[in-house]
Design a binder for this molecule. Sequence first.
Ligand code: TRH
Length: 384
Amino acid sequence: MRSMRITWDIFCNVIDNYGDVGIAWRLARGLVKEHDLAVRLWVDDLQAFQHIWPAVAVDADQQVCEGVRVCAWCTPFVTTEPAQVVIEAFGCALPESYLTAMSERAPAPVWINLEYLSAEAWVAGHHRLPSPHPRLPLTKYFFFPGYTPDTGGLLVENDLADKRATFLDTHLPAFWRQFGLEPPATDELRVSLFAYENPALPALLDAWAADARPVTCLVPVGRVIPQLAAWLEVSDLKAGEVHQRGALQLRIVPFTDQDAYDHLLWACHLNFVRGEDSCVRAQWAARPMVWQAYPQDEQAHWEKLDAFLTRYTADMDGVSADAVSALWRHWNGMGDAAEMARCWANWRARQTAIEQYAAAWCDRLRLAGRLTDKLVEFAENKLK
Ligand code: TRH
């Protein structure tokens, strides 16, 4: 007879954009598919969820997607038996009534606060630290994803590398055809651009337009569109539109579901990404990338950016590391936008070395371990 599946509740409060729910959803899917757990995912903004996973119905209190029970997190919170393992994503406060129910459960659930990913050195020291609840007989553990084996590791599916290889071997021509494109010409650069509004954008577009070789940039519909329209001097831009300026061809493409976004990252030579989830997916894509860190007050994100850059470029040759760092830092507002043309030219000059490095980096990332495996191991040890 099959033993009872361990129950997990994941809580996600969508603060803005798609990263919070993107990560919670990827985690929930992974726990069900690879660990055969009974997972409920509580999300307080099903609209945002539907944006990255169109199969989600926005008006359903409960629904099953990919084996995950997706539940609307409403106030007041429904009465429900807490799961054996409770994940609070990114410090979202759990409903009081649910916390009380957790404290009444014996044994008490394993309660984990999943933190944001950071490459900063302090992360390993804080990973798995306990924090007793001030009133209730409950302990919360902080779980930090990260880039080293002494952290919670990274979100990644077991079969991701195989899926990517199959896509590149057999599906690439069809992928480009959906946009009315042939596979790239030998000297052409295909770039994807997923970004927040960015003062450095016009200078980068100018540099691409002036490139000696063709640059095709695919832009999923999103926050950067008004800025692109202003640069093109058009009133609006819609998916399907194509605009040529010098060497640059700009193509607006639909915002797709999470899995199809991976295809875009795998297919392009260079990916501009933002937030946490797209940044990690771009690394697994084994392609060169430029990360726009989520902007924080008092430029706190610059520290995060530099911590990651230091790690990412540690084994690169010095000239490539300088080219990558300068482009990333200018893209994140850490340098004069007027220098963007020079940054771009320097990156272009090192493109081949940077491409080789991106593939090697992807192999090295595996050493950090998988977040899903590490969470399951941690929770199961606590449940024993
Ligand atoms: O959308 P983001 O900027 O989200 C977040 C949140 O703002 C969060 O509050 C913040 O703390 C965090 O960034 C760091 O960026 P992110 O994390 O890259 O998430 C984007 C998600 O959207 C990711 O799961 C991939 C998905 N996506 C698609 O599904 N289809 C698409 O076409 C694109 C471009 C993205």
